[in-house]
Design a protein around this ligand. Structure first.
Ligand SMILES: Nc1nc2c(ncn2[C@@H]2O[C@H](COP(=O)(O)OP(=O)(O)OP(=O)(O)O)[C@@H](O)[C@H]2O)c(=O)[nH]1
Ligand SMILES: [Mg+2]
Length: 228
């Protein structure tokens, strides 16, 4: 249980984060890009999805990545292997990115000319839900190996997102995972949510996801008409 003082501090923390997130969004809008927060449990396939998405992107829709991890630069290195511009934020003991960390990077780093900026959050299904970063879109990845009960057990992150991507669909034949059950649980929390079912191994579902995100960029960025 939290006492009144702890609750007050938490409220102030979240309010400050909201203000900085709005500030970050002004930066994103000035830069003329679509900012996309990718959230999931550790290992659900965020970095793999970014790498596969980049390969399918039209040349006139370059991407960049802000990569959040507690320590190390492993994911940034994986992205740079594919020539994807990637910028590390090390969160230390924090289990999520926050708007202050992103603001600091935006104020000290010149991002390349890109149309979609992915913010890969720290692997965690709880805290990232509470700390908006200024993104335009919030995407949650749920991998087939995690179990179809996760939307019921971790509702906040699924309640407050634009799309859910079921990842590792190549493993469906080997895991007891009901897509129908998971989709029903998420839709009851968030009726407007969109679903994708993808595998970066087989490539299934990736073109549909790519088309959707490019369409979102076309709508968000004025004068952008990326063809597919
Ligand atoms: N079978 C299968 N494995 C996958 C797929 N996508 C990713 N993986 C594997 O899942 C593991 C984790 O993938 P990552 O892309 O590193 O996951 P992540 O969400 O970025 O992980 P963190 O950043 O540590 O939270 C790796 O071993 C990937 O090879 C997929 O579509 N199918
Ligand atoms: Mg990763």
């Amino acid at each position: 249980m939290h006492g009144p003082t702890e609750l007050h501090i938490l409220e102030r923390l979240l309010e400050d984060n909201e203000q900085l997130a709005s500030h970050n969004q002004e930066h994103f809008d000035e830069l003329g890009l679509l900012a996309v927060n990718l959230m999931s449990a550790p290992g659900a396939g965020k970095t793999s999805l970014i790498k596969s998405t980049a390969k399918l992107m039209p040349a006139d829709c370059p991407i960049a990545v802000i990569e959040g991890d507690m320590v190390g630069e492993l994911d940034v290195e994986r992205l740079r292997e594919d020539n994807i511009p990637a910028y590390q934020i090390s969160t230390g003991r924090a289990c999520h990115l926050d708007a202050q960390m992103v603001a600091q990077l935006l104020h000290t780093t010149k991002l390349p000319d890109c149309k979609i900026l992915f913010l890969e959050n720290v692997g965690n299904l709880v805290c990232p839900a509470e700390f908006p970063l200024g993104e335009h879109l919030r995407i949650v990845l749920l991998s087939i190996t995690e179990g179809d009960d996760k939307p019921i057990k971790y509702p906040v992150i699924f309640h407050n997102c634009d799309a859910v991507i079921f990842t590792k669909s190549d493993l469906l034949p080997f895991c007891k995972f009901s897509l129908e059950k998971a989709k029903d649980a998420i839709s009851s929390l968030n009726p407007a949510v969109e679903f994708f079912v993808v595998s970066t191994i087989s490539g299934d579902g990736l073109p549909q996801w790519r088309n959707w995100i490019v369409e979102k960029a076309n709508k968000k960025i004025s004068h952008l008409h990326i063809g597919l």
